[in-house]
Design a protein around this ligand. Sequence first.
Ligand SMILES: C[S@@+](CC[C@H](N)C(=O)[O-])C[C@H]1O[C@@H](n2cnc3c(N)ncnc32)[C@H](O)[C@@H]1O
Length: 244
Amino acid sequence: MKIIIDKKNRKYIVHDEEFHCEKGVIPREVIADAEVGDVLETHMGKKYRVINPNINDYIDLMKRKCSILLPQDLGLVVGFTGVGNGSKIVESGTGAGSSLLFFANIVGPQGHVSSYEIREDFVKIVEKNIDGTDFNNITLNHQDVSEGFKEEDESTDLVFLDLPNPHDVIRDAYRILKVGSFIAVYTPYVEQFQRVVKELEIAGFKDIRIREGNVRELEIKNNRTRPNSRMAGHTGYITFARKI
Ligand SMILES: C[S@@+](CC[C@H](N)C(=O)[O-])C[C@H]1O[C@@H](n2cnc3c(N)ncnc32)[C@H](O)[C@@H]1O
């Protein structure tokens, strides 16, 4: 996979085939021979640089049919649960695979991410999105997660839930988590996390906390630097709890 970017930060994934944009064409051979750092030019003179892509570039550009999680929320999950190289993460729903690929990148080749998705059309999209990466640490389960996780008892370092009815799977999440590990549940609505908190208490989770990941970006302008006046006011609430 190669990613090219123009001076306005517009990015495109290019494969070994002709690239078309509104400002012309880059031939297939030029794309095939291109290396990171090269500047490619269309026949109308529009320039693109080949960059070394990171996971966020790939997630931004991959195919999706549902809303995906953003780095500010996934960063909070990683930051507050302490997962990292070698961790075993179980998540649902898979959706377009944003959280799945983000976690696969964080846990690395020694770790593993198992993801559960109920919809076949989404599974097909995610399979393609995974194929575009080098990750060998992913298991994709086409399954209704409320039927139960396949993982063994106390085998998992983090359960992450991003689906409409997360409360249905919290007791089984408790079963598969190692003692001391966390569950994190992303919900857009207050009413959802209220049910989640009740289920967490019933399941026996402790240290229940709810956090939001609001990011305020600043516009850098000569003598007029200030917060951007347009920003996303809300993404979701993340409920964290620990098996103690
Ligand atoms: C908002 S999307 C998840 C987005 C994903 N976390 C991402 O970052 O790309 C919610 C997903 O949960 C799936 N889902 C809903 N109920 C489910 C269930 N019972 N078992 C498995 N997946 C489910 C939906 O089909 C949908 O793909």
